[in-house]
Design a protein around this ligand. Structure first.
Ligand SMILES: Nc1ncnc2c1ncn2[C@@H]1O[C@H](COP(=O)(O)OP(=O)(O)OP(=O)(O)O)[C@@H](O)[C@H]1O
Length: 378
């Protein structure tokens, strides 16, 4: 069983057995995305956007109330400008609508996630933050509007074989069910199956921590079992866990499970020559954690981000961009640079994190202060 879900999974034989990986983790075979053209286009450089959208109230058509595309003005007034060049846009949601029955959740959501960005999605409960994350990950299809992955329209879900070149991972840690859910995908059908299993909950409770963390490598790499085991140990150490490889998830605390999920999201095939750009989507990674554990997770999220330095496991960071859905002020301050505020089905404000508490937008002011008075009604 997957903890917190109704799925049954066969417990694989021990890793030292002669059983094939495919037999052990049957069905979860992924296909690496081809990033050659993208890497060539970027010339091997990291294209961190120097300009992002200004702190702005977003109009009903998705445009900004205030905007400066003149870098000199931006520099003078400390206002960041919206880049005109979209060559570094990895994921774009364009006028996305989504309803569940009579509930109209997303009503024209538009934004771009660029190469190198760390973006937070905030807003009142039930406003559709997790929904937009699932749409970006390809787990849900929009009713209307488009999701573009590196400029190419995604016509279905993540089964689209022709869209490749970007790995999109979803780390959703649902503390309400007391467990950890993780999905990690390339845009391929088999990985979609993986998502289908993972989206309902959690780590496989019948697999050890080692098997959970090394799951995709056992199935989808040429690494030896010894290499994987060593890498799992290193990666667990990088998230502050030691000596837990042989434990089952039920033997871990909630915070440890979150770290195991994070370890699984950052582990990658070290024998591969090219490093694929990857976007990680985190769904409330610090919900339910104490302040210190939150800081640990926030710093880990930062540390796996590509920043030209080594990541948490002492390897070059490989997460090109990430998006975090959160309610936690500490996570907003510590783990992201830019914010999108979702309210009543739209992005109503976006700005840099340091502008969050100084914004004059009444919706943002109310949310930042937690006041009962204001435009947001409960
Ligand atoms: N598969 C679904 N079927 C029906 N309703 C759904 C489904 N998924 C989400 N919803 C509803 O859509 C609304 C938005 O849900 P979502 O989880 O995206 O909100 P959220 O902003 O992430 O909320 P929170 O901050 O409380 O986690 C909620 O009312 C939820 O009940």
């Amino acid at each position: 069983m997957i903890a917190g879900s109704g799925f049954s999974v066969l417990r694989p034989p021990t890793t030292s057995g002669g059983t094939s990986r495919t037999a052990r983790f049957s069905g979860f075979i992924s296909k690496s995305a081809n990033l050659g053209s993208y890497n060539r286009k970027m010339g091997g450089r990291k294209a961190v956007c120097a300009c992002t959208a200004p702190s702005a109230n977003v109009q009903s058509d998705g445009s900004y109330g205030t905007k400066s595309n003149d870098p000199s003005i931006a520099a003078r007034f400390g206002v960041l400008c919206e880049p005109e060049d979209d060559s570094d846009v990895l994921i774009e949601c364009r006028d996305v609508y989504k309803s569940f029955g009579e509930k109209h959740i997303l009503k024209g959501v538009s934004f771009k996630i660029r190469y190198g960005e760390a973006v937070g999605v905030i807003g009142p409960s039930g406003t559709g933050k997790s929904t937009i994350l699932k749409i970006m990950a390809g787990l849900l299809a929009p009713d209307k509007g488009e999701v573009l992955v590196r400029g190419r329209k995604r016509s279905g879900l993540i089964s689209d074989e022709e869209i490749s070149g970007l790995r999109i991972g979803l780390v959703s840690i649902t503390w309400k069910v007391g467990f950890v859910m993780l999905g990690f995908c390339t845009l391929s059908y088999n990985i979609y199956k993986l998502f289908q299993v993972f989206q309902s909950a959690a780590l496989f409770d019948s697999l050890t921590v080692r098997e959970n963390v090394g799951f995709l490598l056992y199935e989808n790499s040429r690494m030896s079992e010894e290499q994987i085991s060593e890498l799992v140990t290193d990666t667990l150490a990088a998230v502050g866990l030691k000596g837990v490889e042989d434990r089952l998830p039920s033997e871990l605390s909630g915070g440890m499970k979150k770290r195991v999920a994070l370890a699984r999201s950052i582990i990658f095939d070290t024998t591969k020559e090219s490093i694929e750009p990857e976007v990680l989507l985190y769904d409330e990674p610090t919900a339910g954690l104490d302040p210190i554990a939150s800081t640990v997770v926030e710093d880990l999220i930062r540390s796996v981000h590509t920043n030209g330095e080594e990541d948490a496991s002492r390897k070059p960071g490989k997460i090109t961009s990430y998006v975090v859905v959160t309610h936690q002020h500490s996570t907003i301050r510590r783990a992201v640079d830019r914010l999108l505020f979702l309210h009543e089905g739209k992005v109503v404000w976006q700005g840099m994190t340091n502008e969050f508490t100084t914004s004059t937008n009444p919706i943002v002011q109310q949310f930042a202060s937690g006041s009962l008075d204001g435009p947001i009604k409960y």
